[in-house]
Write a protein that binds this ligand. Structure first.
Ligand SMILES: [Zn+2]
Ligand SMILES: [Zn+2]
Length: 275
């Protein structure tokens, strides 16, 4: 359901039974340059999925409302904004820490290589070990957490490091995000296990000419994605993300030629959806 009506802030309290979920794309490029920002999307005003350079699109007030970050994996384009976000929010987080949901493997990598006092201070111990500004909530593929009526399911996918996608179910609709992945069965099976899917944000990092690189780096190219889409029994609007900078038009044109009977759209930074 792609509801288009808007609603005044605060209306949620009067209508707890039906909450319109907001999805705002902060970044959806495979790289930077010009308007391009890397992967990050905001759900309502409190929940981020991935924390690439797109997170810099948020104002300080918007950042201060964030409570949860769900990470797909540890590649830099998906976490580059995290250290700076935590530092920027430090005074707010003293009162209430930011909760990072990720696989234990991902969190270990981030703690060891980013928040290690060399690349960045260890905000898992600041301002004090007993009162950290960031906390980690381990999540395993297949698990679902519920936050204020939104059910967020972690789904394993197939990339070069441990990686997951997410399916988010609100009371009025659902969307899913593939994370970075190449061909797999797990994402499609997990999505098919539900009754419906309104939006699918799925990556297609490389053109078919670079299919070999796509397979090595474990991303989709149009042919690979077209083949996998045949596994999906739902008919969501399909939003293509993570296109290689400079190759966007070619990749999307190849995809349109390779995929039939689907509603395809190229995702753009700043896009907003209501579910
Ligand atoms: Zn990646
Ligand atoms: Zn990526």
């Amino acid at each position: 359901m792609m509801g288009r009506r808007s609603r005044p802030r605060g209306a949620r309290q009067q209508e707890p039974e039906k909450h319109i979920m907001q999805l705002r794309i902060l970044g959806c490029s495979g790289g930077i340059g010009g308007e391009r920002r890397t992967t990050s999307m905001l759900v309502d005003d409190d929940l981020l999925i991935d924390c690439g350079t797109g997170v810099g699109e948020l104002s300080l007030d918007e950042m201060a409302r964030l409570r949860h970050v769900f990470l797909s994996h540890t590649h830099l384009d998906h976490i580059a904004g995290l250290p700076l976000l935590v530092d920027t929010l430090f005074n707010h987080l003293i009162e209430r820490p930011l909760i990072i949901h990720a696989q234990p493997e991902s969190m270990e990598i981030i703690q060891q290589h980013i928040f290690n006092w060399q690349i960045w201070p260890d905000f898992f111990e600041l301002p004090a070990h007993s009162k950290p500004s960031v906390v980690f909530e381990a999540m395993r593929p297949g698990e679902t957490v519920e936050i204020d009526g939104r059910r967020i399911e972690m789904i394993p996918v197939n990339h070069t490091v441990p990686t997951v996608g997410y399916r988010v179910q609100g009371s009025g609709g659902s969307f899913a995000f593939s994370g970075d992945t190449t061909r797999n069965e797990t994402l499609w099976a997990a999505l098919n296990a539900h009754d419906g899917l309104d939006l699918l944000v799925v990556e297609c990092g490389f053109s078919d000419e670079e299919r070999e690189i796509a397979e090595l780096a474990k991303h989709y190219s149009p042919e690979l994605l077209a083949a996998d889409l045949q596994q999906l029994r739902h008919d969501p609007e399909i939003l293509i993300t993570h296109l290689k900078p400079g190759d966007e038009e070619r990749i999307f044109a190849e995809l349109e030629a390779a995929v039939s009977g689907r509603r395809l759209r190229r995702l753009t930074g700043g896009d907003r959806f209501q579910l």
